[in-house]
Design a protein. Structure first.
Length: 255
């Protein structure tokens, strides 16, 4: 049994390998007391972290339930990364009395290129967007409906949504306290730049600024080679421009 809609960009194994290595470096043997959550879980490949290091609990939420692979339920459930009750539920799941010492957000945010586009194209071009893969209009408050954009308004919506969820996530990961090892709370974000009209869009740098402004200290920025789709406007008209790698950003937050 498979998901009713195929996510456009599932996590590749090399990225999951890097994430596993980074978590192991920070937590060591205490990773068994960690709760890892993915607020933009897609099909739910976050569950495969369990084969890379022992973790106390893995959870995930996805706004568009059709993307969730049935094999990854109930670990991954329908939910909104911008919804405060989601994080209250997470707090109950890993309160210190249950033996948890660490929390981490581990996620791949929606890339704000034309993959994040609510336009319902009717031509015969190849479209790999969340809207087309889903086969219906995107849910309200979906970050996949707003790209970096040409205009200020479009880019503002994408950025504002990400500032909001980062704030909620940091509040959750830093709210754990109790007996045991000192908590090591992490934000691990997979992200990349893209090209628009021949110019590189500095999405990674912007995310660095957001994570740092939320109180984080950079531990690592690991580059992972990326193949890309091999077609699209930049391939056809801009001399084959494409991003050659994606990033895994690791930030630690104090309590």
């Amino acid at each position: 049994m498979t998901a009713s809609a195929r996510i456009p960009c599932p996590w590749p194994d090399p990225v999951l390998d890097v994430i596993g290595d980074q978590l192991r470096t920070v937590w060591g043997r205490t990773s068994t007391h960690a709760h890892v959550h993915d607020p933009f879980a897609g099909s739910g490949r976050i569950v495969h972290l369990a084969s890379r290091l022992p973790l106390g609990l893995i959870t995930g939420t996805e706004l568009e339930p059709e993307f969730i692979d049935p094999e990854n339920r109930p670990t991954i459930r329908a939910g909104d990364a911008l919804d405060q009750p989601t994080y209250r539920r997470l707090h109950r799941q890993s309160r210190p009395g249950l033996g948890f010492h660490h929390r981490a957000i581990v996620t791949s945010v929606v890339y704000p290129n034309r993959m994040a586009d609510h336009h319902d194209a009717k031509d015969d071009s190849t479209r790999v967007t969340y809207r087309h893969r889903l086969g219906r209009p995107l849910t309200d408050r979906s970050t996949a409906a707003h790209g970096w954009g040409r205009g200020v308004a479009t880019g503002y919506r994408w950025k504002r949504m990400h500032v909001l969820w980062v704030g909620l996530a940091v509040e959750w990961i830093t709210s754990i306290d109790g007996p045991g090892p000192r908590p090591r709370s992490l934000m691990v974000v997979n992200i990349k730049d893209h090209y628009h009209e021949g110019a590189r869009v500095p999405v990674v740098g912007w995310m660095h600024d957001v994570l740092a402004a939320a109180g984080g200290s950079l531990l690592a920025d690991v580059q992972v080679p990326l193949n890309g789709m091999g077609y699209g406007a930049n391939q056809r008209t801009k001399g084959g421009l494409k991003t050659t790698h994606e990033h895994v950003l690791v930030y630690r937050y104090k309590h």
